[in-house]
Design a protein around this ligand. Structure first.
Ligand code: RB5
Length: 151
């Protein structure tokens, strides 16, 4: 799977952990920066990762900032991006299976390397469910998106 990875300076300390975890699991990370601890703005990096998904360059994305909150809010402003802040493995897997999440958000100031590895693995190995009840709920969410996010 092609996975866009992007972070601001707050997420930067965890970015290589995410990239190396994805490689170890046999996936193809696409590193979209940032490339240092110099202060940058998280919306710019959430946008790069989200556009990689909607343009078909990546299948999923992992984005990082200090808390994971900023990149989550910004990522969800892109039509076709379903971003969730998950600091536990259950949500990271169920978010894909039940809710068809395609962007995992992590806070590098909140979780450590080992938990991040497990969360990334849970996210990347989960597959969206085609159970009718989940498809119905995801469909309703897409209808809200279509009504509320014009253009
Ligand atoms: C940067 O200081 C910090 O605000 C950012 O990384 C993130 O935590 C925002 O949600």
């Amino acid at each position: 799977m092609r996975v866009a990875v992007a972070s601001d300076h707050g997420g930067f300390p965890l970015k290589d952990v995410v990239i190396n975890t994805l490689k170890a699991l046999g996936h193809t990370p696409i590193d979209l920066g940032t490339d240092s601890a110099e202060s940058v703005d998280y919306p710019d990096f959430a946008e790069l990762a989200g556009k990689a998904i909607v343009h078909g360059e990546a299948d999923r994305a992992v984005v990082l900032c200090g808390s994971g909150v900023g990149v989550c809010i910004a990522g969800n402003k892109i039509k076709g991006v379903y971003a969730c802040l998950c600091h536990d493995t259950y949500s990271a897997a169920q978010g894909v299976e039940h809710d068809h999440m395609n962007m995992l958000c992590l806070g590098a100031r909140v979780i450590g390397d080992e938990l991040a590895k497990k969360i990334v693995e849970a996210f990347i190995t989960a597959e969206p469910s085609d159970d009718p009840r989940h498809l119905r709920r995801v469909g309703k969410t897409r209808l809200i998106e279509a009504k509320e996010m014009k253009g």
